[in-house]
Design a protein around this ligand. Sequence first.
Ligand code: MG
Length: 437
Amino acid sequence: MSGSVLRRRRESHRIHTTMRHPHSRRAFLGGALALPGLQFPSLAQAVQAKTTPYNRPKLKITDVRTAQVRGHGLQLHVRIYTDQGIFGHGEGTDAVVGGAPIVRSFRNFLMGQDPLNVDRLFERIRTAGIFAGAQAGQYVAALTAVETALWDLAGKATGLPVYQLLGGKMRDRIRLYCDSQTEDPKDPEAPKKMGQVRDMGFTAVKIDVDDGRDPNRWDAMNWTASNAEIDTMVSKIRFVREFFPKRVDLAVDMHGRYDMTTGKRMAKESEPFHLLYLEEPVPAENVKAMRDIRESTSTPICCGENLFLRHGFREVLEERAADIIMPDLQKCGGLMEGRKIADMAHTYYVPVAPHCVVSPIGTMASAHMCAAIPNFLILEWHWIQRLELWKNFVQEGEIIEKGFVALPERPGIGVTMNEDAARKAKVPNTPWFEAGL
Ligand code: MG
């Protein structure tokens, strides 16, 4: 009889003995370990440290809890607890208003499940929700936070960083662009604010040029930009482009607010500035309209921060509507779904520049996925106006160094929430990982 067969028999005997003798020492310890609050953390950690993943008792999900934080917008944090003292932590964003009750509806299904079958759990929840909005929006954003927590958990259970579970890493550090604090030539603070971005060492910045309050708008509802509005938008691009050295890339966001006329015109006006990309000159929901703009210009067009799942990106790629796509990995379906979207894009030679507006937990989760794909371009960072919260949000402290995130070799996502700091940004009257809510 081989060693592995013997080991499996011993394991099977151990589990069945525990079931037959619920008051045995092993069962007592197992019961203690089963509590999410964990009465014997060192024992649980020892079990994790001393046995290989395949020889451990199967993990079981024992609870799913949430907390809500207001950082850049709303973030939904999800923790998935197990019977062996480890938990996974994931983060969802933007489309998570009302996300906590959706996560609680997933909890009934997740309880008792083996959390290591991440794709299986994801697919079961997704397909179970086809009449509940599982094609996009809040349902998928809530599922995204759960999916990320499962990957964190899988990494902690196997002792591996998440990037390893996503296929291994192509790179050791992830390039970020800083979402600028200003782009207004009339802002007296602009040199100081842009100087801060430059001094932090970022190799790329992004500015927003759309402005619904521009006094040169003729109509509050119509989004055809006037000549004066176009001039203002171009002056912002020129102002920022001239401030930063040429080696710093510049991206420009229009937030999908304009019509075809303005979109085409801005793409053409942007050509002399050799942008990294122009983002969503028109909304991404009409793929052929985006394609028409792309075909009209040499300015690279990027879109997709509000698209969900592989299905949301299929037509964009098939119609060649974008030079670059930007799935939000805390919203579009999660880390493996993001990897699958990136793989689809790679067959069209389209790089991926994920949208990212979350805390260091979600940013690091995104970094693991960005490490695993060949066609990674750049990752967003949007917390420069929340530096105090950013630097204290995880116990590991600042995760950015000179515009890059270095990938940790710790198990899971590799960062742990500093609850004292994070709680300061808690959304009032919402749970904070409390049980039974
Ligand atoms: Mg954007």
